[in-house]
Design a protein around this ligand. Structure first.
Ligand SMILES: Nc1ncnc2c1ncn2[C@@H]1O[C@H](COP(=O)(O)OP(=O)(O)OP(=O)(O)O)[C@@H](O)[C@H]1O
Ligand SMILES: [Mg+2]
Length: 362
């Protein structure tokens, strides 16, 4: 195995009595796109600042390409950071903003010229080299910030919510560009966001954080299909989460009925939570449904109807239906055993992985 670019071992960070990072462990590989995803205050920026060397851990070890970094200052690390507000120099034009890092290192003029223009081409700004910063759109400023960050050829680029100031359409365009640029350059990106769709679309691997802890990490598909607990299931995409009982392996009970499912490895009759995604529920007649619910309301969402309904136990169900339904009427919900995802209460990631291993290998 190649040496990881960055490794955190048992990293803790206190601000006074407040613990902002709780025993963080991870290893990041060369050339991958990682996202830190979590609500405000969960510790995302603190992790980035710790990687960059703007803040140091209270305890634990940060390694960069296998070397401990605790005493290495920020400007000696092969890391670049793009902040939410881009921090461009307003009194310099596009070219000079991108050239800045090379100029202060006294790189020869003609080399600066070539490298700046090459980098501006990468972000499609070669025609705007002489523009003032305040004459650029938000998306163009974003690209200047990217060009300025990558011109130093960092092996690691840290991006702290770089797209949050952009409108929806531009944000989507920039998502494609960022992903494409990351793949072309082969640099490791660590991208901070609290937008779950953005993390799912861009990442090779996602770290879901809450209150200073990494709750789960995995590929977007793993995290979407196999959320480890209520928080992750709720935070990543829309979910229906109801309480149930694991009768035995591959059989779960909820809303007073028993269902075949694809999960195993729990205790008989263990209390659990059950997740069903709105898009995995098919609307049918009450006779053909595995569950019967009463429609409360619906909204047209362009490519589907979003239906809110209630079961006999008063649980709310969100359903994505291709056809409109009738309000106040009973409908049946059909789903496959593998659409049911069963979660244990308070299961930690290591136990979750070990449990999956035991029955997925069968
Ligand atoms: N210098 C500091 N002094 C004291 N507390 C701090 C300091 N920096 C961060 N914190 C606290 O640590 C916690 C984590 O902050 P952090 O900035 O990492 O959150 P975040 O996940 O990036 O949130 P956001 O999405 O709002 O940017 C917060 O409760 C914050 O108030
Ligand atoms: Mg932050």
């Amino acid at each position: 195995m190649a040496t990881p670019i960055v490794e955190f071992k048992n990293v803790n960070k206190f601000f006074g009595d407040f613990q902002a990072l709780k025993n963080i462990n991870f290893a990041l590989d060369q050339g991958k796109f990682y996202s830190l995803l979590g609500p405000s205050g969960s510790g995302k920026t603190t992790i980035l600042r710790t990687i960059a060397g703007f803040t140091s851990p209270t305890s634990g070890t940060v390694l960069f390409q296998g070397q401990p970094q605790n005493n290495i200052p920020a400007n000696k690390r092969k890391v670049n950071t793009i902040f939410q507000n881009y921090a461009l120099f307003p009194h310099l034009n596009v070219f000079d903003n991108v050239a800045f890092g090379l100029s202060i290192r006294h790189v020869p003029k003609d080399e600066i010229e070539t490298r700046v223009m090459d980098n501006l081409k990468l972000v499609h700004l070669q025609d705007l080299a002489n523009r003032e910063i305040n004459e650029l759109s938000g998306g163009q400023q974003q690209r200047v910030a990217i060009a300025r960050a990558i011109i130093n050829e960092p092996v690691l680029l840290l991006l702290d919510e770089p797209l949050s100031a952009l409108d929806k359409k531009l944000r989507q365009d920039m998502q494609y560009e960022l992903r494409e640029l990351q793949q072309r350059l082969g640099i490791t990106f660590v991208f901070v966001t609290h937008d779950q769709e953005e993390a799912l679309a861009l990442s090779d691997e996602i770290f879901v954080m809450d209150a200073g802890e990494i709750l789960q990490n995995g590929t977007p598909v793993d995290i979407y299909d196999e959320p480890i607990n209520h928080f992750v299931a709720d935070f990543i995409g829309e979910s229906n989460i109801v309480k149930g009982t694991m009768i035995k392996d591959y059989e779960v009970e909820f809303v007073g009925k028993r269902f075949e499912c694809a999960d195993a490895g729990m205790k008989p009759n263990e209390p659990v939570e059950v997740v069903l995604r709105p898009e995995d529920l098919d609307v049918t007649t009450p006779e053909k449904g595995k569950l019967v619910v009463q429609v409360d309301s619906q909204l047209f969402r362009g490519d589907h109807f979003e239906v809110v309904a209630y079961d006999a136990d008063h649980n709310e169900w969100l359903i994505h239906s291709t056809n409109p339904v009738e309000e106040d009427k009973d409908i049946g919900l059909f789903f496959e055993p593998e659409d049911i995802h069963v979660m244990r209460f308070n299961e930690k990631e290591a136990d979750f992985d070990a449990r999956l291993e035991t029955y997925e290998g069968e």
